[in-house]
Write a protein that binds this ligand. Structure first.
Ligand code: SAM
Length: 160
């Protein structure tokens, strides 16, 4: 999907995307029907959303009820994929794609931490998403596991 470039943005010529052989495991149902209605990032006090797993994958939810939070990976399917420099504020100031959480990236994978509210058959009801209704679901995993190493104190955030 080609969107217009903003001032000073730079697109690169890329190979045609090859099939990375991802299996979408379902779809995400959200109240956000247009990109401009989506929040920039999900919030844990945002609206209820549903991860709707395709039938063969529903059994994979067994055990997830023990967790309060999960990481959700999804395919930002309406994103263009060729912008190496971007102007998030449309003000002509540009930043490199890998310094941003923009949906526009060579492989448009979105990542959100969500709160798990409940599981209803093949559907997981969560809060914390920022994607369009119908966004393909790539993966879902607890935000920690029995072997998660405790992180040392992090240095201060250096982002502007
Ligand atoms: N939380 C994820 C992350 O950090 O990886 C995604 C952040 S991205 C800034 C969220 C924005 O992507 C939304 O505000 C919306 O403008 C856009 N977006 C949401 N769903 C999309 C989709 N399916 N295809 C393309 N863009 C989408």
């Amino acid at each position: 999907m080609t969107q217009k470039l903003r001032d000073n943005e730079v697109a690169v010529a890329t190979d045609a995307p090859r099939d990375a052989a991802l299996h979408f495991i379902g779809r995400i149902r959200t109240p956000f029907t247009r990109r401009d209605l989506c929040p920039r990032q999900g919030r844990l006090d945002g609206p209820d959303c549903r991860l709707v797993l395709d039938a063969p994958w529903a059994a994979g939810l067994a055990g997830l009820e023990r967790y309060e939070f999960a990481d959700v990976l999804y395919w930002l399917h309406e994103s263009r994929r060729d912008l190496v420099l971007q102007s998030p504020r449309s003000d002509g100031a540009v930043r490199g794609v890998f310094s941003l959480r923009s949906p526009v990236r060579p492989n448009p994978i979105g990542l959100s931490k969500v709160a798990i509210l409940r599981i209803e058959g093949p559907e997981v009801i969560v809060r914390g998403l920022d994607c369009l209704d119908g966004t393909p679901l790539i993966d879902l995993k607890p935000d920690r596991c029995a072997y998660t190493i405790a992180a040392p104190d992090k240095p201060a955030d250096r982002s502007p």
